[in-house]
Design a protein around this ligand. Structure first.
Ligand code: ADP
Ligand code: MG
Length: 326
């Protein structure tokens, strides 16, 4: 059946997403109208997922919908913001079938409902499968978590465990062969990352810098170090590794993934010593781990349990541009 752009919007996107009182007019006019809450700043983030670049072409449409929102909510978490509204620019091939659209929108809706995020507008076009979601959230004035602000003497922390999504991708690409349950666990970490929104909001006024780990710990902690003009040491035996990583990989391979693989969407943040007690009150004890120390000396140093330096093999993934000037 041939579906017109407007039919697609009406069928799959205009209804059944969460309603919010601060949305005066959502889908159906030239722009959405919303009311920003008093005393709050708006936090705005956008992320694009391109098929074959940001997710394997075999990824289930439900997971694509879920992940497209999750990566944006992770940016909200890293700013200490509470998400509220999203827009969706969806480009899909003309032969996309209805099941694909239904599944994509249900995966997207599932996460939108968890955090009461309204879908207030978007754009629908045909072309190679590409999903762009823009999210707007709120953060109390003066309490946003920036990448800058880390100081020598601060502890470096991460939520959750690192390297699972990287192992998920590597095993889909058949670089590792895992038992079925382990495979399922790491694939679900890749396809359905958990945005650490509660943690991000709890860290307001406690952490002095934060970022979400989308491109690998070394790359993303590197952004905190550059923005804060400081260096760091991290202690590899402190890195939080899941049971799957510990049981299925050599320690060195697990560290390598934890340091360099992307897509974990955990938070990495720094906390001054005098705030550490408070930190232990706002986050559950086993939900986060101290992995190192901010230092004045620039650069990132990694040490194993014997104090030997360890050089991670790669940096996080970077898109390359081949710019020309005409
Ligand atoms: P315009 O031509 O004015 O840009 P469109 O025809 O693209 O408007 O879209 C019509 C309405 O549907 C707008 O309110 C737009 O925000 C919304 N919309 C379009 N595509 C999507 C989508 N994929 N998800 C949610 N809303 C959408
Ligand atoms: Mg349009």
């Amino acid at each position: 059946m041939l579906l017109h752009e407007f039919d697609v919007i009406t069928r799959y996107f205009s209804q059944t997403f969460p309603d919010r009182a601060d949305v005066i007019f959502g889908i159906g006019d030239d722009a959405a109208l919303c009311i920003p809450p008093k005393g709050m700043q708006l936090a705005i983030a956008i992320d694009t997922l391109v098929a074959g670049v940001h997710f394997p072409p075999t990824t289930a449409p439900k997971d694509i919908g879920y992940k497209a929102l999750a990566v944006n909510l992770s940016d909200m978490a890293a700013m200490g913001a509470t998400p509220a509204w999203m827009t969706l620019a969806l480009t899909c091939p003309p032969d996309t079938n209805e099941n694909w659209l239904a599944d994509f929108s249900s995966g997207l809706r599932e996460l939108a409902e968890d955090y009461q995020v309204s879908l207030i507008g978007g754009d629908t076009t045909t072309g190679p499968l590409t999903i762009t979601i823009q999210v707007t959230g709120f953060v109390p004035a003066q309490l946003a978590l920036y990448r800058h602000g880390a100081q020598p003497g601060d502890g470096i922390y991460v939520t959750g465990t690192l390297g699972d999504a990287g192992l998920g991708l590597a095993s889909i690409q058949q670089q590792f062969s895992l038992p079925a349950l382990a495979q399922h666990q790491v694939e679900s970490r890749l396809n359905r990352p958990t945005p650490r929104l509660q943690a991000g909001q709890a860290l307001r006024g406690i952490a002095n810098s934060a970022i979400d780990v989308s491109d690998g710990l070394v790359a993303d902690l590197g952004h905190i170090l550059a923005a804060s003009q400081v260096g760091a040491s991290i202690y590899l035996d402190q890195l939080p590794l899941s049971t799957v990583l510990r049981e299925q990989l050599s320690l060195e391979t697990a560290w390598q993934l934890a340091l360099s693989a992307g897509d974990d969407y955990e938070l990495c943040f720094t906390v001054p010593q005098h705030q550490e007690k408070l930190l232990s009150k706002v986050l559950m004890r086993d939900s986060y781990t101290r992995i190192g120390l901010i230092e004045a000396s620039l650069g990132l140093r990694c040490f194993d349990a014997n104090g030997q330096a360890f050089i991670p093999q790669t940096k996080g993934y970077q898109h390359q541009f081949n710019l020309n000037s005409n």
